[in-house]
Design a protein. Structure first.
Length: 236
């Protein structure tokens, strides 16, 4: 049986069988772990703030940061949090902390972990076995993030993520831009044709691209003055 160490609402660490956590909204729990800080640390620990959420998500290294960006861009993901549990076997106090606990739009749960670039293969195999067992007992999916397959797509995601926040959503601007981009053209050209104020409209247009309400070719490097932008078919 797999056990999980989580934080209670009072902030205390408590142990529970992982099967009892089925249905728990662990994305709202506080982290049980943070990467240690020390001089000479080779991995880069940083933080990512999901759009319109007060709490940041911890990333133990750049690979985890890439995973957080990908989760943010995934339309099926509604919430995710870092390190809300430590998993371990009943007779082992060591265990493993998954990178992210992910809530999907259909209510399913996914544990997303980033496979270490180095380290012992035996240690990773033991962690993978523990994760698989936890997933079966709690009815969670387990995904291993091996990195973004297409570096160009990921570069575009990183760039456009600056405009992910819903404060940039504007139904009136969206309506105008969907008409302007009924035929593909560069963003800069379409914004000028819209007659709307340039700077705020560029930001709102990028938000529409991030939310896929305007489309680009994600497989090519995105450049506002050259890359074509268009509205989804049938959307006006």
């Amino acid at each position: 049986m797999v056990w999980a160490q989580v934080r209670s609402k009072a902030g205390r660490l408590v142990e529970r069988p992982v099967r009892e956590l089925r249905g728990e909204r662990l994305e709202e729990y506080e982290a049980v772990w943070q990467p240690p800080r020390y001089q000479g640390r080779r991995a880069i620990a940083t933080w990512w703030r999901p759009a319109d959420r007060a709490r940041h998500v911890g990333c133990a290294h750049l690979g985890a940061l890439g995973a957080a960006v990908s989760l943010e861009a995934d339309r099926d993901v509604v919430a995710f949090a870092s390190w809300p549990m430590r998993l371990h076997w009943a007779d082992d106090a060591g265990g493993y902390v998954p990178d992210f606990f992910v809530r999907l739009a259909d209510g399913r749960v996914r544990l997303l972990v980033c496979r270490p670039a180095g380290g012992s293969p035996q240690r990773w195999e033991a962690a993978a076995e523990l994760l698989e067992a936890a997933g079966k007992q709690a009815d969670w999916q387990v995904h291993v993030h091996e990195g973004t397959a297409d570096p160009v797509v990921f570069s575009n995601l990183q760039r456009l993520s600056r405009w992910r926040h819903t404060r940039l959503a504007d139904a009136d601007t969206a309506r105008v831009l969907r008409k302007v981009f009924a035929e593909p053209q560069p963003l800069a050209v379409g914004v000028r044709e819209s007659g709307l104020p340039e700077l705020p409209t560029v930001a709102k247009a990028h938000h529409l691209i991030w939310t896929r309400k305007l489309l680009i070719d994600w497989s090519s490097p995105y450049m506002p003055h050259r890359s074509l932008v268009w509205a989804p078919e049938g959307v006006v």
